[in-house]
Design a protein around this ligand. Structure first.
Ligand code: E4P
Length: 289
């Protein structure tokens, strides 16, 4: 157990409360938790398989949503002061009003929630309203242009706003995902500081070290990486730390993308946002098929 604090807030990324408890025990504290439909579905599928009761009926949509709520409430008992991100269910056809209604139903699950909406046009329309009512987290962010839109859609927010760039999924395409975090931080330097950058889709210790060096406001660490970090005694990057990934293609800073336009004027399209929203949808709906 450490009596140590980092310049970034440390969240755990997962769908299993036991992991939350274990991570908190190891580190001595936890600032929060992120969840998503894939991670919660994985937890529920695991439970289903463990019952080994072939006669057991498939879980209903209502029961699955209640389970999501119960899991999040368990996490909240472990980190009562910590922010916990709860995602809405959406695919490419889901309208803003639907996402907003889902979000509102989640507000009273736990006091320290942050409602997660996808970085699509409809998602940002929902966020534009929700950020006046509750904390929000905009997920599936892969570009500087999307980050400019998030900033503008949430300007004047009454509650905390998190933006979640997914670094690992960009690396999977051979692109340097961490550079999106760096580019967003740089672009936001000219802003009012109302959006906190939450580095997500962390796959390895290098992602984590560089996110800490860049002073990402928040890092969300999957349990596997958490354990690796703990084995090394939870180090921070030294002053000489260099994130060197010559095998990944550069994502240069775009001087032409400026804050200050309407959120609807920015290019929100990204193949990984489209793919990600569909995968979250499919992983959740597999529970019922
Ligand atoms: C957290 O908010 C994200 O949903 C998560 O980090 C995604 O990680 P993945 O790209 O490994 O699925």
């Amino acid at each position: 157990m450490l009596d140590k604090h980092f310049s970034s807030k440390i969240f755990i990324d997962g769908g299993v409360p036991e992991e939350t408890a274990q991570a908190k025990r190891l580190l001595g504290f936890l600032d929060g938790q992120t969840t998503n439909p894939t991670l919660i579905a994985k937890n529920l599928l695991g439970k289903e398989q463990r019952t080994k009761n072939k006669e057991q009926k498939k879980i209903t949509q209502e029961d699955a949503l209640n389970e999501y709520k119960r899991i999040v409430q368990e996490m909240n008992k472990i980190i009562p002061e910590g922010s916990i991100s709860i995602q809405v269910f959406a695919n490419a056809d889901t309208k803003a009003q639907d996402m907003l209604s889902q979000g509102r139903l989640r507000y009273d699950w736990i006091p320290n929630h942050s409602i997660k909406f996808p970085c699509t046009t409809e998602g940002l329309k929902a966020v534009n309203v929700a950020c006046q009512e509750t904390p929000v987290n905009i997920t599936l962010v892969f570009s500087q242009s999307q980050a400019a839109a998030v900033y503008e859609a949430t300007k004047g927010a009454k509650y905390p706003v998190f933006i979640s760039p997914f670094v690992g999924r960009l690396d999977d395409l051979g692109q340097n995902g961490m550079q999106v975090v760096k580019n967003i931080k740089k672009m936001y330097e000219g802003g009012d500081g109302h959006v906190e950058v939450l580095t997500a889709s962390i796959r390895n210790l290098d992602h984590l070290m560089y996110a800490l060096q860049l002073k990402s406001d928040i890092v969300t660490v999957p349990f596997k990486v958490f354990n690796l970090w703990g084995e090394g005694g939870f180090p921070e990057p030294g002053a000489d730390y260099v994130y060197n990934k010559p095998e990944l293609t550069e994502i240069p800073y775009r001087e032409d993308i400026l804050l200050g336009s309407a959120f609807t004027d920015y290019d929100l399209s990204h193949e990984l946002t489209a793919k990600g929203i569909q995968t979250f949808w499919d992983d959740w709906n597999k529970l019922f098929s």
